[in-house]
Design a protein around this ligand. Structure first.
Ligand code: HEC
Ligand code: HEC
Ligand code: HEC
Ligand code: HEC
Ligand code: HEC
Ligand code: HEC
Ligand code: HEC
Length: 384
């Protein structure tokens, strides 16, 4: 636990938080003054309200054009508008005595479960996930939100059991439906997959914009706009949260980590989230030897990912990121005093193919990229 060794304060935070059963310690960093964190914690936001990304697009057109096509912007859709379901439905899945069916009914899609004697049917309300690995649906039943027991998996091109759903066969129709979500759990899904509605100050279950819009990361923009209208550009800059003003580790762990799961959050999960913790990049990355100086921007999430753009899939695209610190590589990359980390004796390019291997956790049907950068020894168990 490299990060922990260097950062005993984080350990104190983890211990305190787990002993009180909740986040009771928010660090001493001024970072927590940011509106983004404040609304995330459910508090009112500096009396500033959300204005919606259409307003931001008027002036930040290029960013808005790119961002609106990303998986994060499309992380939630009203199921009636789900293009994938429009192509794939009807879909069926058999689980013990129960047959599941997702099919079109007028403008909607319905979720039907039957064992021939009893039948349950409800409209699908929300499709969670753009579909990189898959999609899970949310329905309403008896006044609660339910996560459906079956999900769509992109690699399988069909339905299968939702990750985290019980693996044993359902004993009753009621159990077959899925996992009921307590109000705060359902709110959790929406907090990470959507943005508060313009004119509100926080996410409410009936008031949100689908997907991650600008203000999901930048906080509410009302005061930024008011200052700009008054011609006060310097004030306007202070009234909107720019993550670049944060230390790199805070961007990784507090901003990206608020949804992708920080090192601290994973440390508090039973068994650290099991083998599924490969999908928690802020945790994995922090365990790498490359993360020795957590505030080095060269190892920040934004060094390798454009927060407003798509993920590069070509391994060559990442070589220069590694070689910003490591020596060696191809001749075209110049020697640099900043590159103090050792060179590889095995290869000069495509670094991520060996040192950030793909790993498929149980039940997820997707090979996640392991952000725990390391020398992977053949036959070695997958570290957690
Ligand atoms: C009326 C035009 C306008 C609108 C609308 C607008 N911005 Fe800006 N924004 C600006 C200008 C001008 C700057 C300052 C640019 C500079 O000097 O580099 C800025 C700067 C920023 C910055 C960087 C702040 C910094 O620290 O330098 C962020 C982040 C930002 N805007 C986000 C947003 C978001 C999110 C929205 C929608 C809620 C939005 N803007 C709406 C004009 C606008
Ligand atoms: C408010 C929650 C939230 C925050 C904050 C957040 N993300 Fe995400 N991110 C998501 C969700 C949800 C998805 C899954 C989108 C989908 O496929 O449906 C995602 C997906 C991604 C992807 C994969 C995109 C793809 O094409 O598959 C990358 C890369 C990513 N996020 C990087 C970041 C970085 C870097 C930051 C910090 C600057 C960040 N995220 C902050 C929620 C968040
Ligand atoms: C703490 C924030 C958080 C919460 C709470 C959360 N998610 Fe996510 N979700 C993410 C992030 C980040 C990703 C992208 C990385 C990944 O796939 O693990 C994601 C990915 C997904 C995906 C796969 C998306 C894709 O394009 O492949 C689905 C489906 C999903 N979430 C559904 C849900 C549902 C349903 C709930 C509520 C029961 C929920 N999530 C709660 C953050 C969250
Ligand atoms: C997933 C989180 C996320 C979302 C969503 C997001 N941003 Fe950003 N934004 C960032 C981060 C992180 C930075 C700082 C980038 C850096 O450090 O290089 C940033 C920087 C900026 C800047 C400052 C310019 C710059 O390059 O420094 C502007 C302006 C901006 N964003 C506008 C927007 C607008 C407009 C939207 C919506 C269309 C948006 N952002 C959506 C995370 C996000
Ligand atoms: C040193 C470069 C590097 C850094 C730093 C980095 N990533 Fe990645 N990330 C990658 C690579 C490489 C991929 C895989 C791209 C591909 O093959 O599709 C990836 C993929 C992803 C994906 C898509 C899902 C997956 O598993 O393939 C998400 C989400 C993601 N990164 C989030 C993050 C977050 C959050 C951070 C910061 C904690 C971060 N990344 C830091 C290199 C990096
Ligand atoms: C911020 C600078 C930085 C970046 C960026 C970086 N590394 Fe490192 N990396 C280091 C440092 C420092 C070490 C520790 C070297 C030592 O132990 O002397 C290290 C160690 C390693 C190790 C040895 C790990 C072990 O378990 O022994 C590998 C392999 C590695 N890096 C590969 C990569 C790859 C591949 C990338 C790009 C995907 C990358 N690094 C990006 C700084 C960095
Ligand atoms: C074909 C797989 C492969 C590729 C591609 C690869 N490496 Fe390696 N790397 C290894 C193996 C195996 C080792 C361990 C054996 C060794 O030290 O020679 C290693 C060791 C390392 C180490 C530890 C060196 C030390 O002295 O402790 C670093 C750092 C490293 N690689 C970085 C990189 C970087 C940066 C790239 C891209 C320029 C890269 N690797 C590309 C397989 C690879």
């Amino acid at each position: 636990m490299i990060r922990a060794k260097q950062n005993w304060k984080r350990w104190v935070a983890v211990l305190l938080a787990s002993s009180f059963g909740a986040w009771t310690w928010f660090g001493e960093s001024a970072a927590f003054q940011s509106p983004t964190e404040r609304w995330r914690l459910g508090k009112s936001v500096n009396q500033s309200r959300f204005v919606g990304s259409t307003a931001c697009a008027q002036c930040h057109e290029d960013i808005a054009n790119r961002q609106s096509k990303t998986a994060m912007a499309l992380a939630l859709t009203a199921t009636a508008e789900d293009e994938l379901l429009k192509q794939r439905a009807p879909m069926t899945f058999k689980l013990g005595e129960f047959t599941y069916r997702i099919e079109r009914a007028g403008a909607q899609f319905t979720y039907t479960i039957t064992n021939g004697k009893e039948t349950f049917s409800a409209p699908l309300l929300w499709s969670f996930g753009h579909g990189t690995s898959g999609k899970t649906f949310v329905i309403q039943h008896n006044g609660s939100y339910y996560e459906t027991r079956v999900s769509y998996f992109t690699s399988l091109e069909r339905l299968d059991l939702t990750p985290g759903a019980p693996r044993e066969l359902p004993a009753s129709l009621d159990q077959a439906i899925g996992q009921p979500q307590r109000a705060n759990e359902a709110l959790g899904c929406f907090t990470c997959h959507s943005t508060p509605l313009p004119t509100t100050t926080e996410i409410k279950l009936d008031q949100f914009t689908q997907g991650l819009q600008c203000e999901a990361c930048h906080g509410p923009g009302e005061k930024h706009l008011v200052a700009l209208k008054a011609g006060k550009k310097e004030l306007a800059k202070q009234e909107i949260f720019n993550p670049r003003t944060w230390p790199s580790d805070d961007v990784n762990q507090l901003l990206c980590g608020a949804c992708h799961r920080s090192w601290e959050a994973v440390m508090q999960l039973p068994e650290r989230g099991g083998d599924a913790n490969v999908r928690f990049q802020p945790y994995r990355l922090a365990n790498s030897k490359c993360y020795q100086n957590p505030d080095d921007r060269r190892i920040g999430c934004t060094a390798c990912h454009d927060p407003h753009g798509d993920v590069a899939h070509e391994p060559r695209a990442y070589d220069a990121k590694c070689l910003a610190c490591h020596q060696g590589g191809t001749a075209s990359i110049k020697a640099d005093a900043q590159r103090t980390a050792p060179a590889c004796r095995t290869a000069k390019q495509n670094c991520t193919t060996c040192h950030m291997p793909k790993y498929e956790p149980s039940h997820l049907h997707f090979k996640f990229t392991d952000h725990w950068i390391r020398v992977v020894k053949p036959g070695e168990p997958h570290p957690r």
